[in-house]
Design a protein. Sequence first.
Length: 255
Amino acid sequence: MEKLKQKVIEYMAGKVPALGFAPVERFEGAPERHHPSHACRDARTVIVYGIPVPRGAVTSPGYNLHCIHRSYHTIYRRLDEISIELCNFLEDHGGFQAVPAPSYAPMVFHGLEPWGVISLKHAAVLAGLGSFGRSGQVYHPRYGSLLRLAAVITSAAIPGDPVIEGLPCPQACTACRKACPAQAFDEDGGFQKLVCLGHAVKHAIYPLALKDEAGLKNIERVINTAGHDYWIACDECLKVCPMNRPAREKTAAGS
């Protein structure tokens, strides 16, 4: 299947700057409902890719959150389009099964906690696109935590890429923890996802549709439809992270 891998790499060239492959065996510890095999029959490989948010959107002095909002949602839509194209490419070249893992919504809710069809962050790590940092985000060697991710799960058995080992953060760096206005880190420095989401993700429909028990029973439907195009109210961790700077500045920060 090395030839197929090369075909996929060539097909995706110019579409995404970050691409990796993870054999499904690497997902042994994934929860059953979020294992690749729960999404794709005879799943053998997860192909993961990403498009970065422009660094200029993060550093914009006057319209940072406006630019981040539109960058995120434009990239999400573009990634989902690419996923459909890649699925059709795989199914046309060998009759393989291929299923798109959405870049954002629809999500699956466990109580009030949103989960992806599969964890794209874990998939990215298992496909060699990066490693987890202290902030709970995945850091790519070139793009830091600015990548938005998507994936295709396929029955095609494609060789995996090497996993990146080790903590990507500069030694003793706690910039994200110090800058976090939501205090989304516990006493031991562990990242608390729901604290972050409650502070950073906003939508005009949430207070109206999720204000009582009846609304909360339909949280999955609300978030996946009317609440999809959410507003990002905070990106302080992106701003202060030295891993999100150009390569020349990363080198200086890590020295």
